[in-house]
Write a protein that binds this ligand. Structure first.
Ligand code: PMP
Ligand code: GLN
Length: 420
């Protein structure tokens, strides 16, 4: 075992390998000295977790003056109207603790938005909790619902915060791979066979970071059958719900009554309104699950940023900004992908999110982490190795580019990438 983490693996690979997003960055992070106090710490609760791959790559990009298409954040600003609404909320004196579950006006606005988009009516009072970003919603949900010995299934490649959340709850991580030979489709046979009497929770994330895969109608049907047959709960991370392309609708778990009754649906205004720094997200779940999540939430943060909640409540009154998001990001995807077609990178399909994967096998046979280092230091563009999204070491010669960038940034990156 790497440290104290026990993984129930479906991959027939070594369960003792370092877990989580750290596998690929272990090498990139190795120069970090162990401080004296860390050495004295002894038993870490997350022994093999280092600095996240996103932070490591952003620092490397900065050090080398590279165009940063690594960490997922826009390099353009949010709507000036939203900025004004924040300033107004501060000036209006909304500067003390918010209610624990969230500002009432924001919860009402979220309930209305979800009902309009997916037809499910969550109670603003009892079923919606405003959180410090999706990250905290995920951690609070897992701590609330997972007990020591429970198994938690997730699909790899996987977002980096899931695994540490499971481990801190005392749960057993059960990774199931997305089928990378078929466009990273979920393999429902494989997911079903990973369920045991100990399975508590299935973690899903669609549109999926890093692959951009979205859910099909048949995926929802397979999931409904699985939940009906096994009674497992679902955590559905839908932070990219409004970043879907080519006219395909986002299929929220909330749109299926049978699933919504057994699910926690999580989203984030960071992605939807270009405000990753505000760290405001939310969790929607039936009242009995919300009650448990709030027990954890109130002692993790008690409540989250008050003026930002007021600003978002006002801004949400107009659906145009989030309804326009697919077209806004599709133009960026298309510009970036068109430019990369004259390079030696091979692009993979991107159905949603603001990330696109690219194979670099025609350029180099380096490991993903080494290739990214070369890309940053020699070519001046940062990307993320997708090995960083696997629990067990897995190399596919694929890197992730973030296209949530100004046109001039994308063009500057492309100029360099076509020469690689
Ligand atoms: N889930 C996924 C899949 C993400 O990509 C991210 C961040 N980009 C988060 C959760 C965290 O969202 P937040 O910044 O709102 O905490
Ligand atoms: N979610 C972002 C990404 O995938 C990063 C967020 C973070 O740095 N923790 O790039």
């Amino acid at each position: 075992m790497a440290g104290d983490v026990c993984v129930r693996s479906n991959l027939e690979s070594d369960p003792s390998a370092p877990p989580g997003a750290t596998a690929a960055l272990t090498r990139m992070d190795r120069e970090q000295p162990l401080t004296a106090s860390a050495a004295r710490m002894g038993n870490s609760k997350l022994p093999s977790v280092g600095t996240t791959i996103f932070t490591v790559i952003s620092a490397l990009a900065q050090e080398h003056g590279a165009v940063n298409l690594g960490q997922g954040f826009p390099d353009f600003d949010c709507d000036p109207r939203l900025q004004q609404q924040l300033a107004q909320a501060v000036a209006a004196g909304h500067n003390q603790y918010a209610p624990m579950a969230g500002v009432a006006a924001l919860r009402a606005a979220i309930a209305a938005k979800v009902a309009a988009a997916y037809g499910h009516h969550y109670s603003a009072e009892a079923e919606i909790t405003v959180t410090a970003g999706a990250t905290q919603a995920i951690m609070a949900t897992i701590l609330a619902l997972v007990s020591p010995g429970d198994e938690v299934i997730f699909l790899e490649p996987v977002y980096d915060s899931y695994m540490p959340s499971i481990v801190l709850a005392g749960g057993t991580p059960v990774p199931v791979p997305l089928d990378h030979t078929h466009g990273y489709a979920p393999d429902w046979e494989r997911i079903r066979s990973a369920v045991t009497p100990r399975t508590r929770l299935l973690l899903l994330n669609f549109p999926h970071n890093p692959t951009g895969r979205t859910l099909r109608a048949e995926d929802i049907r397979a999931l409904e059958e699985l939940v009906a047959a096994t009674g497992i709960l679902v955590l559905s991370d839908e932070v990219y719900e409004h970043i879907v392309f080519d006219g395909v609708p986002h299929r929220s778990i909330a749109a299926s009554p049978a699933l919504a009754a057994n699910a926690v649906v999580i989203s984030s205004f960071g992605k939807t309104f270009h405000t990753t720094g505000w760290k405001i997200g939310y969790a929607c779940a039936p009242a009995h699950l919300t009650a448990e999540i709030r027990k954890v939430h109130q002692f993790m943060v008690f409540a989250v940023n008050t003026p930002a909640q007021h600003a978002l409540a006002a801004y949400l009154q107009d659906p145009a900004p989030y309804l326009g998001l697919p077209a806004f990001y599709q133009a960026k995807r298309d510009l970036f992908c068109a430019g990369l077609r004259s390079s030696r990178f091979e692009l993979l399909p991107c159905e949603g999110t603001y990330f696109v994967l690219a194979r670099y096998g025609a350029i180099s046979n380096e490991s993903e982490a080494d290739f990214v280092r070369t890309l940053v230091t020699r070519h001046g563009v940062a990307a993320i190795p997708i090995a960083g999204f696997y629990l067990q070491p897995f190399e596919a010669q694929v890197v992730r580019f973030c296209f949530a960038k100004k046109e001039e940034t994308l063009r500057a990156a492309l100029e360099r990438l076509v020469r690689v």
